[in-house]
Design a protein around this ligand. Structure first.
Ligand code: SAM
Length: 353
């Protein structure tokens, strides 16, 4: 089947696929193919101007063309499988997508489908043979540790798993630590900007997807990876060992503000702030952590229509100025993902003076 195609060097393939998925450009129904040292990835459509800029920023080198691709195997869709086991009038409410973290699938179920939860879980396991446990979301992410209730609906075994992302392994417990495979591209995008010799503070590190990838990619850096959830820090420490970045990543169990005040003031070249619901409250600490001559902030927040990127930049600007510093340059502002109708998670990268 003839389709638009993105050609990248082999080493950029997983980053390119994560970025294309984040942009809604990845054509899932067709097979990626190899050509010498390059990988050809099928696209669902031609990228728009703004998407081309993101591809340039994220990948540097790529080519666009048109190619023939083979369809993936005849794997039925979740909907097709469910049509055999749930009443047809409920099919419109059936989940279209779900997350896979390691060997666990996590799905959002409408209340009307709750009586058919086992059928949904079994259909997901039939589609993905490596999934051994299916959990249904029991509410929104909440609380200081950013967790949500999860209920088993199919399969068995513990909620601990090992998830692979960008050549790293992340051990985690999906019920007791925050992790989202939907942030895969952000983890790689931020990590790709770090340079040797930097001191980085990951204020809300979770099980370490930003910190560990940065250290793995760049080698000679120090990352203070802070989290207030003891279970997240337990897994972070395990992931530091599993990915062999012991000299570079320092796990710290504490409140990020306290850690900065206690001993990281004026030291950081770069601060990652991935706590979108509350990051603005921590801007004063983040600015205090940056070197007096300046540094980079990666600021994640939630923002709404009509101009979420503008709203996020203004929230950052206000917080930075309140801390007595200024934004020298906004490097990037982009929607990371939709979280509700007309509401997005947005990231702003900015150079602070
Ligand atoms: N950066 C990680 C990732 O991409 O998977 C985790 C992000 S998660 C949205 C936010 C994390 O911040 C949670 O693991 C939570 O426990 C932690 N957290 C919440 N309040 C905190 C605080 N005051 N200081 C340090 N960590 C905090």
């Amino acid at each position: 089947m003839r389709r638009p195609c993105l050609k990248v060097p082999k080493r950029l393939a997983s980053r390119a696929i994560a970025l294309l998925k984040a942009l809604g450009l990845y054509e899932r129904g067709l097979r990626v193919k190899r050509e010498g040292e390059s990988v050809l990835i099928p696209l669902a459509r031609w990228p728009e101007e703004s998407e081309l800029r993101e591809l340039e920023e994220g990948l540097g080198r790529f080519e666009l063309s048109e190619e023939d691709f083979e369809p993936r195997g005849e794997r039925p869709s979740l909907l097709a499988l469910l049509s055999r086991s749930i009443p047809s009038e409920l099919l419109d409410l059936a989940p279209r997508a779900f997350d896979i973290v390691g060997d666990i699938a996590i799905v959002e179920l409408r209340p009307e489908l709750w009586p058919y939860r086992r059928q949904v879980g079994s259909a997901i396991m039939a589609l993905h043979r490596r999934v051994r446990l299916v959990l249904a979301k029991g509410g929104p992410v909440s609380g200081a540790f950013r967790l949500r209730p999860l209920t088993p609906i199919a399969g068995s075994g513990p909620t601990e798993t090992a998830h692979r992302e960008h050549g790293c392994v992340f051990w985690l417990d999906v019920a007791r630590t925050y992790f989202s495979p939907r942030l895969s591209y952000e983890h790689a995008r931020v990590a790709s900007q770090v340079r040797e010799g930097e001191l980085v503070i990951d204020m809300f590190a979770g099980v370490g997807p930003f910190s560990i990838l940065m250290a793995k990619r760049t080698g000679l850096i120090i990352v203070y990876a802070i989290d207030i959830n003891p279970v997240a820090i337990h897994y972070l420490a395990r992931n530091v060992r599993a990915n062999k970045v012991m000299g570079s990543v320092v796990p710290v169990l504490s409140d990020a503000k306290e850690v900065v005040q206690r001993g990281l003031s004026g030291l950081a070249d770069r601060v990652v702030m991935n706590l979108p619901e509350r990051a603005a409250e921590f801007l004063e600490s983040a600015c205090e952590a940056l070197r007096p001559e300046g540094g980079i902030l990666h600021f994640y927040t939630f923002a709404g229509a009509p101009e979420p990127e503008h709203e996020a930049v203004e929230a950052l600007r206000m917080g930075v100025e309140r801390a007595g510093r200024t934004i020298r340059r906004v490097l990037l502002a982009r929607k990371v993902r939709a979280v509700a109708p007309f509401k997005w998670q947005v990231v702003v990268d900015a150079e602070v003076a």
